[in-house]
Design a protein around this ligand. Sequence first.
Ligand SMILES: [Zn+2]
Length: 416
Amino acid sequence: MISGSAAVQDRELYQQILGLKSPWTVSEVSLSLEQQQVDVFVEHPGGTKFCCPECDQSLPCYDHTAERQWRHLDSCQFKTILHASIPRVDCPTHGVKQVNVPWAQKGSRFTILFERFAVEVLLATQNVKGAMGILRTKWDQTWSIVERAVARGKARKQTRPVPHVGIDEKAFLKGQNYITLVYDLDHSTVEAISDGNDTEAGFQALSALSETQLQSIEAIAMDMSPAYVKAAKQAIPLAETKIVHDRFHIMQIATKAVDKVRRTEHRELVKEGDDRLSKTKYVWLTSQENLSEKQRTVFESTFDLQLKTGKAWAFKEMLRDLWGQDSAATATTYFQDWYKRVIHTNLEPMKSVARSIKERLDHVVSYCTHRITNGVAEGMNSKIMSIKRRVGGFRNRNNFKTAIFFYCGGLSLYPQ
Ligand SMILES: [Zn+2]
């Protein structure tokens, strides 16, 4: 306890630091050097009236809660703790209620200013454990700030039109457990998350959007799995004309097919003592513009249209031009020509890609109408993976979802 005029100054200083307004005043400031802590006690004069938190009616104080504590921003690197008993009023309509205090939100053990700072640190570090070190908070406390921020952000969120959305799955816990995410492709934000990766999960995630939002969807990007196609048809009006299979996803499948061809051919060649395809895997997987100098040399010396691998690679590259067509109609013609050539080869993995695209061609060439991809989702994947790593072992799926909304939800997270 600090006494004399110094005490008065301290009380005034903390009154300002805490931004306290009438009727609240600082009654006592006590400093513990040993604990490196400042305790600030706050009170109000007797006879003060308070408002019912439900209806704002001004009422006399009924009684007080036991003393509560709130962590505030450090002062001179000392942990600063605010102490007060919260008044309760007896409202004729709502009964006995605890009043709102100006320095903290209901249910929080932190002052608003501390929470604001904590959100800033969490966003800047993108790392809950790192933020704990800076804030000197425990895991549960830090996590409660994240949860409250997300709840706040969701409550405040205005529903805006979402003309371009994407839907995608994400593994949670090494590939055995999935969640489905819906993205706003124009704002690069995660709009909804559901458990699983089947039709029901897709439908659940899409249904989290409002009716107006679902009607505002002009196009939806997704991979070629039938589950999300079904889900989109269930949730989105006129979905048939709006589905766009992600071109990166399709090119990835085509690239994998080239690799399959290479592996088989390599085995055949090795039997004949020919090892020219050994150690060339990445040369065929990497797109031309991304090849390193060395890889390019290997590619140029190996590339041979007499090889099955060379042929498969050339077909894959031809397929790429599908997405450069002016319209869905020309893209369809382009594909049909490509398909005819591929289907008459003996490149089984490429043929299987060709059939797979043919089955859903409308939803592939629709790219030329809508020009969307799930690129945003891919970009966000790396962000989500790093969150997963940095937040550390999401045993709990809900925590994982909360972290995704915190970092990728585009929410307004700060307390006002
Ligand atoms: Zn009331």
